[in-house]
Write a protein that binds this ligand. Structure first.
Ligand code: ADP
Length: 162
């Protein structure tokens, strides 16, 4: 059984992430989408909300598990007996950052490789932060995120505005 872990903040999950999940689910027996609990990074959505969005938007895929983790990715990979880390690439800026992370992870857990999947052309400019900014300013994000996330963004900003 070839298990890969796709770690990320997913705050919130976008159509770009979903595309990477669909592609990787065809390459591996099982994909664990691991939502990172990062205490130093302020997230808009709670861990539970982020996990729920991913679960709702990946119901059409059978070999997906959604989980959360904190701490060292290498330890989590060992615990899950994963053979690969999946990451998405949109640009050279992503590449620079991702290459360093991949090299660091290779040092920490040599038996696991990082597999990069290219973003589809229509998702190259899609990012969680861009989507949040557009939604905050009242922009229509329906072509950028799954429908549940669009609703979630509207509700969250309504709550925050009081
Ligand atoms: P992180 O904080 O770990 O970068 P993100 O949720 O922003 O978490 O991204 C997780 C992974 O998904 C990263 O490898 C990122 O490059 C990739 N990714 C983000 N948006 C897209 C997109 N639109 N298309 C393809 N890959 C993407």
């Amino acid at each position: 059984m070839r298990v890969a872990v796709y770690p990320g903040s997913f705050d919130p999950v976008t159509n770009g992430h979903i595309d990477i999940i669909e592609k990787s689910s065809r390459l591996f027996d099982r994909i664990i989408i691991a939502v990172v609990h990062n205490v130093t990074k302020k997230a808009l959505f709670t861990l539970d909300e982020r996990v729920a969005f991913i679960r709702e938007s990946t119901q059409h895929l059978e070999n997906i598990e959604v989980d959360c983790f904190s701490g060292l990715l290498a330890n989590y990979l060992r615990e899950k007996k994963a053979c690969a880390i999946v990451r998405g690439l949109r640009s050279m800026t992503d590449f620079e950052y991702e290459m360093h992370m991949a090299m660091m992870n290779k040092r920490l857990i040599p038996e696991v490789d990082t597999i990069f999947i290219m973003a589809n052309a229509e998702h190259v400019f899609v990012s969680s932060s861009g989507v949040k900014e557009a939604a905050l300013l009242g922009g229509d994000v329906s072509s950028l995120v799954p429908p549940q996330v669009k609703i979630g963004l509207e509700q969250k900003y309504k709550q925050l505005r009081g």
